[in-house]
Design a protein around this ligand. Structure first.
Ligand code: ASP
Length: 333
């Protein structure tokens, strides 16, 4: 008997079909249609397909993903070997990161999507889906948590980033590189990330909001104050370099940090935020003195999600600081 794999589709380019207007493709393919487009899947797994949502990926919400995490754990409890989730690539790194935190079971969850829609020459969706199922079936993928499979590569959810608007090779892992690849119908895993860092599913109905602000030269702190007035519960700033902002922003950021958690990440998206290198107004040492929390290597996009999930669980400032610190030191200090 073939092993069972559950495929949940959430929409995205992989599920988009022939244009009904002259403006481009739109959502049209159910989970069953995605599976039917890859007949080889029937040789390797018994697929249970579910059209879970049908959305462009920026419209996916944290509540959608909490519901998905519950459903995935139910499927694992029911004996499914692995789970594949198909969705739009624009936010795949975000969904995968959240599901990685929320799913309790150790069995593999693999996200995939497509950069080229099914109406284009050489669509990548079918191959990506086949490779995702191969990865979900792989024994060595157990215990890794959530992965993203695109363009023959296997990425850990915590590292993967979309770094190109259209290329099938849009996905890369920083700071630690892909954890494996697909070769001759096998998923080859060569690296296992440290600790899973699980977060409990929240029961909150009205979730907190976290804003992420990108910083550039000659900015003042007006947006920071506006965000406070708009009632945001947390803030992540994508600072320049290792964690630097214009002097004109520092007071507003300090004010914000006395009221809500404010995390500083680097807009470079690669490398770790600094804590003790520069001493000038707006440098990382100044931001730390003003009560901001360093994101470490996590980056602004994922830092916002981590903060959201922690706030949804009612975490206070100490717990939030400890969580970011633990991400920076996955093997302990
Ligand atoms: N361009 C997107 C994609 O790759 C659309 C989306 O994210 O839904 O699927």
């Amino acid at each position: 008997m073939l092993p069972r794999v559950s495929v949940f589709s959430l929409g995205g380019t992989i599920a988009m079909g022939a244009a009904t207007s002259d403006k481009g493709v739109s959502l049209s393919h159910s989970a069953e249609m995605l599976i039917a487009a890859v007949p080889k899947l029937a040789d390797i797994a018994e697929i249970e397909a579910q059209s879970f949502r049908q959305l462009p990926s920026p419209d996916i919400t944290i509540s959608d993903l909490e519901a998905l995490a519950r459903e995935i754990d139910k499927r694992f409890a029911d004996g499914v070997r692995g789970v594949v989730v198909t969705q739009g690539t624009d936010t795949i790194e975000e969904s995968a990161f959240i599901i990685d935190r929320l799913v309790k079971d150790n069995a593999p969850v693999v996200f995939t999507g497509a950069m080229r829609n099914p109406t284009m020459p050489g669509p990548d969706g079918p191959a990506n889906l086949y490779h995702a199922v191969l990865t979900a079936l792989e024994q060595q993928a157990r215990g890794i948590g959530t992965m993203v499979v695109m363009n023959d590569e296997i990425h850990a959810a915590r590292y993967v980033q979309k770094l190109h608007t259209t290329s099938p090779a849009a996905f890369h892992s920083y700071p630690a590189g892909a954890i494996g690849w697909i070769i001759e119908n096998q998923a080859r895993i060569v690296t296992r990330p440290a600790s899973r860092f699980p977060i409990a599913l929240s029961t909150a109905h009205h979730g907190p909001r976290v804003v992420r602000l990108a910083v550039g030269l000659d900015e003042d702190g007006a947006l920071v104050d506006l965000a406070l007035r708009a009632g945001y519960d947390g803030m992540v700033i994508d600072a320049t370099g290792g964690g630097h902002v214009p002097k004109a922003m520092t007071e507003a950021l300090g004010r914000a940090a006395t009221r809500i958690p404010v995390v500083y990440a680097s807009r470079t998206r690669h490398g770790e935020t600094m804590q003790s290198t520069y001493d000038f107004p707006g440098a990382e040492t100044d931001l730390l003195d003003r009560g901001l929390i360093p994101a470490g290597w996590l980056g602004g996009i994922k830092s916002r999600l981590l903060l959201l999930l922690l706030l949804r669980n009612g975490a206070g400032e100490d717990e939030i600081r400890q969580a970011f610190d633990a991400w920076c030191h996955p093997f302990g200090r």
